[in-house]
Design a protein around this ligand. Structure first.
Ligand code: AQP
Length: 333
């Protein structure tokens, strides 16, 4: 069955292994299925919900685009563009924010995590971030949205908003209710320094994550320094309870080698973490180094990256521009 895919990544620098295994690797598989129509967005409007440096933001938009292409997304098959170039996203977001109740947004855990204790100082944009995400997805009639597990709640909100719009305006099925595509296992990659914290671009410690631009030596060093515990590796999944760092490293190994956790536990059960770390560093550098080299090459070709984004924006505008006009008509504008 053909799918209409939409997903986005924020150009906030330091794209990492969590972004790759949780999202971008799936984008590539979906791109490779000729039946699918895929749209991958560099969500720069989302990025400014937190203060950004001007030049850094411009570079990060290009670097995220380069990462998509270097990972295997073909810009001649899939649409790649940056969100701020298509006006309908912001317009749709306003319309949907007039319909989504505050109570729904108050439940969003990502806002609570990102705003932290000082939520009075967080931007209003950060609070309504999930509504902009709903607008992104619904404007393209996306049937499926590949995301990491951390975005599941936002996607459920998108579904609720679509249903409410259709009901409030009596326009059955006008906004398509999308399905999440979340990997069943290892959908949340954790920090290398703390197995209870998500691997994240904004973690102040670079040792907490494998960046997609890391060199082979950096990868080896980070895996060597990754936190573990003092017990040997078990051979059964149930023995990983309360061992988040062990579970994370074994999960990363399984995910990058496309094998089950059971198989990895069979391979390493009873061995020391130094054995797992040696093999993990090798398999990661074999996978990440070609992507990293390609990103560095593409970044030097700004003209090409800008052309990909411009052509993508023009195709995206055609789809989203039509949908927003229909939406405005339904409302009565
Ligand atoms: N640790 C993770 N494990 C699995 N998937 C992850 N994703 C992010 N972190 C992990 C998935 O990557 C996609 C793009 O994420 P994003 O850039 O839009 O925003 P994010 O989730 O806020 O990413 P970060 O790294 O955590 O950024 P900061 O530090 O700025 O908050 C999404 O599909 C996400 O699920």
């Amino acid at each position: 069955m053909s799918k209409k895919i939409f997903s986005g990544v924020q150009p906030t620098g330091n794209l990492h292994l969590g972004n790759y295994l949780g999202a971008i690797k799936n984008f590539v598989d979906l791109n490779n299925d000729i039946q699918n129509e895929c749209i991958f967005c560099v969500v720069d409007l989302h990025a400014i919900t937190i203060k950004q440096d001007r030049d850094q933001l411009t570079n990060n938009i290009r670097e995220t685009t380069a990462t998509f292409i270097a990972s295997g997304i073909d810009p001649t098959k899939s649409i790649i563009f940056n969100q701020s170039k298509v006006h309908a996203h912001a317009e749709g977001s306003w319309i949907l924010s007039c319909l989504a109740p505050m109570g729904w947004l108050n439940r969003m855990t990502q806002f609570k995590e990102k705003a932290g204790k000082d939520k009075e100082k967080a931007s209003v944009g950060l609070y309504i971030y999930p509504i902009l995400m709903a607008s992104d997805i619904l404007l393209y009639d996306a049937t499926h949205v590949p995301v990491g597990e951390d975005q599941k709640q936002h996607l459920e909100l998108t579904r609720d908003i679509a249903q409410k719009f259709n009901k409030d305006f009596n326009c059955d099925d006008f906004l398509k209710v999308p399905e999440p595509l979340i990997k069943k296992s290892f959908a949340r990659i954790m920090s290398l320094k703390d197995g209870l914290k998500k691997m994240s671009k904004s973690d102040p410690s670079d040792l907490s994550r494998i960046n997609l631009t890391d060199t082979k030596d950096e990868i080896i060093n980070k895996i060597k320094k990754a936190k573990t515990d003092s017990f040997p590796i078990p051979n059964e999944e149930k023995k990983l309870i309360d061992r988040p760092e062990a579970e994370n490293l074994l999960g990363i190994y399984s995910s990058i080698s496309n094998q089950t956790l059971d198989k990895t536990l069979n391979e390493f059960g009873g061995k020391n973490f130094s054995d797992l770390k040696r093999d993990l560093a090798e398999i990661l550098s074999n996978k990440i180094s070609p992507i990293s080299n390609e990103i560095k090459k593409l970044i030097n070709d700004q003209g090409y990256l800008d052309k990909v984004l411009l052509q993508g924006a023009s195709k995206a505008e055609e789809i989203a521009g039509k949908k927003i006009e229909e939406m405005k008509n339904i409302i009565g504008f």
